[in-house]
Design a protein around this ligand. Structure first.
Ligand SMILES: Nc1ncnc2c1ncn2[C@@H]1O[C@H](COP(=O)(O)OP(=O)(O)O)[C@@H](O)[C@H]1O
Ligand SMILES: [Mg+2]
Length: 370
């Protein structure tokens, strides 16, 4: 695969506040790459630096091997789709999409052909005469994408383009965007704070927190092999326990020794242990025992919170347990994942403050609790 964009040691501060801290990232030809992280972690700033709307305080940015930091946005071979689509309300669908070509004084029949092609690509054939203000949010976003793609940039930057759409439409658009990316072969750099969206759409996911890249990998890598407690917590649900790696393939946590499959840690090295809720099996006896404190039916499975020695585990199971039941749990060695200690150790992975409210809401509430 050919490397298109390379950010190297890029840092940026606003008003003395570091927003990007030594970010290095390679972006490849034909790749669907997603920057994923909570609000404020520096995703938009990264995109704006690539697009040329912002310049880094230090570090380099190259495009096909050439330094492009001194190039203005319109001289870079990239285009941006924003969350607010910024269509021209007085122009119809055709003219909105044709706009970049009109600016470049492209001849009329060439414009016609290219707009038709874009309309087909975003499934809006027949809509060319419609006023953009009469379109649904999803249709407007497709017009914005067609307009951004019509001049065939090498790279399309998309900053939370689906955030304003309702859930059902967002799911449809995710699939459609993915199809458009495959059909055109244009590299997409997509920004979202939604981990499910990132996992379902991307070839490569870049997890960011506080201006730093935490992990780069395929969705499966990121999910199965999170590099630290931040990534494990942010991507899906995780029980994260503090443990000690006694020796290769043997870890101690919750007062017990567990066989696992990880190797290469120092003897007795303190580590973080991640166990996904769907990997915990309820059994009569079990490696550990605890008391069920909450049960929620979620359609495909139950989400059960179990208090094991004061640490609250989340378990997802199709079996049923009742609040107050004492149960045993078993975890397969392959499903015990060991991580190095990090600055995020101890911050995540205990479901004591868990509620079925929105995650962010319960986070905010638990911080306020004594
Ligand atoms: N032009 C700016 N001036 C001052 N602060 C900014 C500016 N742009 C972004 N920031 C700050 O930088 C941080 C990262 O912002 P941003 O890159 O937009 O994050 P994200 O897109 O991940 O939500 C935030 O704290 C934001 O308030
Ligand atoms: Mg943003």
């Amino acid at each position: 695969m050919r490397k298109i964009i390379e950010l190297k040691n890029v840092s940026k501060a606003f008003d003395g506040q570091t927003v990007l801290d030594n970010v290095s990232l390679d972006i490849y030809d034909n790749e669907f790459l997603t920057l994923l992280g909570p609000s404020g972690c520096g995703k938009t700033t990264t995109l704006r630096i690539i697009a040329g709307f912002e310049s880094p305080d230090s570090g380099s940015l190259s495009f096909l091997g050439e330094d492009i930091l001194s190039l203005p946005p319109h001289r870079r071979n990239v285009n941006t789709v924003f969350q607010r689509y910024a269509l021209f309300p007085h122009l119809n669908v055709f003219e909105n999409i044709a706009f970049p070509l009109r600016e470049k004084k492209v001849p009329q029949d060439e414009i016609r052909g290219k707009v038709d092609e874009m309309l087909r690509l975003v499934a809006l054939t027949g809509f060319e005469k419609r006023s953009v203000t009469s379109l649904s949010g999803g249709q407007q976003q497709r017009v914005a994408i067609a307009r951004a793609l019509i001049s065939r940039p090498k790279v399309l930057l998309l900053d939370e383009p689906l955030a304003a759409l309702d859930l059902k439409l967002r799911k449809d658009m995710q699939q459609e965007l993915k199809n458009i990316q495959k059909a055109t072969g244009i590299t997409f750099v997509f920004v979202t704070h939604d981990q499910e969206e990132a996992l379902s759409m991307s070839d490569t996911v870049v997890v960011m927190s506080e201006g730093r890249i935490q992990q780069i990998g395929t969705p499966i890598d990121i999910y199965n092999e999170p590099r630290n407690a931040f990534v494990a917590d942010f991507i899906g649900e995780s029980n994260i326990l503090s443990g000690i790696m006694l020796q290769d393939r043997l870890v101690r946590f919750s007062g017990r020794d567990f066989p696992c499959v990880d190797e290469g840690f120092a003897r007795n090295e303190p580590v973080d242990v991640v166990i996904r809720p769907e990997d915990v099996v309820i059994v009569p006896k079990g490696q550990l025992r605890g008391t069920v404190t909450s049960v929620t039916f979620l359609g495909v499975h139950y989400e059960i919170i179990v208090d094991i020695g004061g640490f609250k585990w989340m378990i997802q199971t199709t079996g049923f347990a009742d609040v107050g039941d004492e149960i045993g749990i078993y975890v397969d060695p392959e499903n015990i994942h060991i991580m190095k200690k990090s600055e995020y150790s101890g911050l995540f992975g205990d479901y004591s403050s868990f509620s079925n409210e929105f995650d962010e809401l319960s986070d905010a509430e638990s911080e306020a609790e004594p």
